[in-house]
Design a protein. Structure first.
Length: 73
């Protein structure tokens, strides 16, 4: 029982994920950079290094496909 209680408490203390929120907050800048010909990995690298986006590249690329590429079609 102690393990389960500890796991529950650890999950409650974990800060909520904000990757999508950060992405959507910067979506206009991301769109503009992609439209200028920069790659998604270049955009992610700069934003990640600045601390603006804390998700891994795979998740960032998923957001690009979902919120930018699919909406253009």
């Amino acid at each position: 029982m102690e393990l389960l209680e500890e796991l529950r408490n650890a999950k409650l203390k974990k800060p909520p994920a904000n990757g999508k929120v950060a992405f959507l907050r910067n979506i206009d800048q991301i769109k503009a950079a992609l439209d200028q010909g920069y790659t998604a990995v270049d955009v992610w690298r700069v934003m990640h290094d600045r601390g603006e986006v804390k998700v891994k590249y795979n998740q960032f690329a998923l957001y690009v496909r979902r919120f930018i590429r699919e909406t253009k079609q």
